[in-house]
Design a protein around this ligand. Sequence first.
Ligand code: KIV
Length: 289
Amino acid sequence: MQSQKKLTTNDIRQMKLEGKKITAVTAYDYPTAQLADRAGIDIVLIGDSLAMVVLGQDNTIPITMDEMIPFARAVSRGAKRALVVADMPFMSYNVNSEEAIRNAGRFLKEGRVDAVKLEGGIRFGSTVRAINEAGIQVMGHIGLTPQAASFTSGFRAQGKTADAAVKLMEDALVLQSAGAFSVVLELVPAEVARIVTEDAHIPTIGIGSGKYCDGQVIVIHDLLGLYDRFTPKFARQYVQLAPVIVKALQDYHDDVVGGRFPAEQHTLHLDKKEHQRLLRKRTKFRHSQ
Ligand code: KIV
């Protein structure tokens, strides 16, 4: 098990300088955050993917700050070592910088997270700067940005031409100079991710963007095989937990129906004397009715 010293954004930056790979997973609750800590994961992200994989929505658009904060709080309670980052939901930072600062602040004060993440490049440079100047650490997210993809290009790879790749590079550098401590690169070609990673001073955290990024992030439901509606091609399923869970639930169901659960070892008994007294009281009680 890793030591319990809480990681900071400086530690994450330092890992890039030292050439150490950064590991990140999404987490939405207390036990998962604890397990991620035990596994030595560096960053836990309360992704707005929560809308889909936990709340069963079709995309990430509907989720609100009020819905996300209790999950963020639970994750923060569980993660004693990992840096905790909360994803700013759609329209929590898009209107203006004041609202963005207020909502980022809610994540810190109410959700007790260490940093926030928001989707978008150059267009959100001033927002990232404003949040950062308010004293809140920001992770950027460029390439495929699912909030925008829901309305525009769909869930397609980004940066597939030299011009588009240069634009991504500009996005990353604007976020860096606005004070972002790292940037997620989602679904961009490995060659592009490599160039961004080499030229940016802040760590790149890849998802579907190849091996050259400074770190990787994955939706935990994809990693554990817990979400059956859709698994992106780039996600590696390390275990298929869904059938394991269904089997346990079936066994429980069958044991209850078959009278095998609860068994003696799961049962609490009354002291013999108290039992006798209770039976006498019950007889008296019955006669008095
Ligand atoms: O919402 C999310 O889970 C994310 C990660 C996939 C980066 O943004």
